[in-house]
Design a protein around this ligand. Sequence first.
Ligand SMILES: NC(=O)c1ccc[n+]([C@@H]2O[C@H](COP(=O)([O-])OP(=O)(O)OC[C@H]3O[C@@H](n4cnc5c(N)ncnc54)[C@H](OP(=O)(O)O)[C@@H]3O)[C@@H](O)[C@H]2O)c1
Length: 322
Amino acid sequence: MSILLLGAQGQLGWELGASLSILGRVLHFGRKQADLTQIDELEKLVRKIRPRVIINAAAHTKVDQAESEPELAQLINAEAPARLAALAREISAWLVHYSTDYVFDGQKDGPYGEEDPPAPLNAYGRSKLAGDRAIMGSGCRHLIFRTSWVFSHTGRNFPRSILELARQKDSFEVVADQYGSPTGVEMIASATALALSQALSRPENISGLYNLVADGYVDWHGYAIYVVQRALDLGWKLLARPEKIKARSADRSGRRALRPANSRLNTEKFVRTFQLSPPPWQYYVDRVIWAWTRTEKPAPPTRQMLGLRFLPPMSESHKSRP
Ligand SMILES: NC(=O)c1ccc[n+]([C@@H]2O[C@H](COP(=O)([O-])OP(=O)(O)OC[C@H]3O[C@@H](n4cnc5c(N)ncnc54)[C@H](OP(=O)(O)O)[C@@H]3O)[C@@H](O)[C@H]2O)c1
């Protein structure tokens, strides 16, 4: 079985390359080999390969930049996925795609379900929503995973920026009035492989949109404190201490794009359909900080160095399984 992976060099794409390889032959395409703004070329590529599965991990993800180039965001995040969906339908392929918490305005009290009405606050969110709708309306077999606050040990992301700041400054401010679930790419990638394997083998059509985030939630300020504390536990030399990280309101962030205050997503539909349960967000944050620690101290890791204190106890992880 051939799997066409687009956006193979992004945070998620990189991890998907590994997790999907057990399902079939993964053909990796980064932006250079498959540019989503060159839709006709993309179409030729899909027709030539005729994959059984198309995985689209490519996206215009620069949320602030998208405010000044909404047409480009629309082209990459909506028009290209719409064409991929039409092609997937034509060649009877599955299309796997990723959506975002930024399709919501964050006004809901509690986590968002798949059926909650979207109301994006920014150009990125509008373009992603248009992509979701185009795929859902296309008639192709699809899995859309709506996720949030993605991070990995590669790429630029929140934990990396916080550790850079904590190295340079003894005190700084972080937004405390936006909540969400930090979600590691390892979880999204392994969940994608497991869910896709079921989609390919189960007789009923389980096409659809599924929220997929790690368990639990936190605000950016609490997240920053957690990251700094874990790095200190692992022996990082930082100027900042958790108590010196100050909370501030998003109103004063000066960023171009508005972000939702509440980014929480309810994963019940994913858990029920696939019988899989996302672990706590801290588990993946611990792993990433440990991976960075190991790069700096390439000695064989001890369990203490691993510092995976957020491994859920066996009894608990069994309890939470459906
Ligand atoms: N990051 C988050 O916090 C977050 C949150 C919710 C949902 N998501 C969704 O999750 C998915 C994966 O995100 P990610 O965090 O892995 O993003 P990422 O690291 O920014 O990866 C996106 C990839 O798409 C590539 N790309 C951009 N424009 C392209 C084009 N015209 N043609 C082909 N490739 C192009 C980028 O290449 P360059 O590096 O060359 O630009 C990059 O390799 C996306 O659908 C995103 O919307 C992300």
